[in-house]
Design a protein around this ligand. Sequence first.
Ligand SMILES: [Zn+2]
Length: 278
Amino acid sequence: MRTHLMAEAMCWDLSLNVTADYACANTEFSYFCSHSVCLQEVRPKKIVNAHFFAPGMHVPGCPNEPEKSDGDGTAQKPAKRVSIVAPPAVPTELGPAKSRKGKVRKPTKVELLALSDALEGKPPCCAGTLIEVVNAWRAMPKDRRPEKQLSINDEKFTYESAFYCISEFGESPIEQLPCTTRVIHGAARVEDAENCYWIRSVKTFPADNCKVNLIIRVPKDNGITAKYMKDLLAIYQGATSFTLFYFGDVPKLSASGKSYGISKDISNDYERFVVVPD
Ligand SMILES: [Zn+2]
């Protein structure tokens, strides 16, 4: 019996466990209760919190069967489920979620049973923005990082292997920085200048006959990203040392040759940088 909202189900089209939030955004796919005794089709719905419901009812005894209210025995009504807000799921993919093709036909019971066996115990697939992925990484005990899967551009990593600290980079040419495949991170300083915010890596990288920092310039008229920086500095007033996380194009040497700049669209929720105070 279930006393809370059903938050996860199997997606037949993707052959993955998914969250109700994911299903609400992808209603064209078919979802099923993952318990082998049941395997009933379920549908996503969002009133306050996203959840699944079974139009055809769960099989009696299914752990997802909603709790019945105690009545007089004539007309049992489902009890009111507690609308709990689930803690944010640990992203299994650096988003945005790929739009994938659905399957053309409905599955047979045998196929659903095989899928239920294959997915047993697997966490739901969930795409996260760079901020969500970084927050999950920071909140996770270090010894759990090698166990937690994280896909980036369809390449399978763990929360350990998907992150790369730039202090390990040595003196190699910046073209070898693995920022297009993994999330790089390292100590940085943030400066609130007149027309922009400067985010400058502490580590320097070899350039023409000298060593220069990696720099992100956020113009103050750059809507979302400028607001992100303004809010960040307001919350962490006085903080001077930060950690910069970045995923995207390899930084390019500026025209002056005095820095490596990141020119990728820094407003993109999924690929922009994240800065957190130390
Ligand atoms: Zn069920």
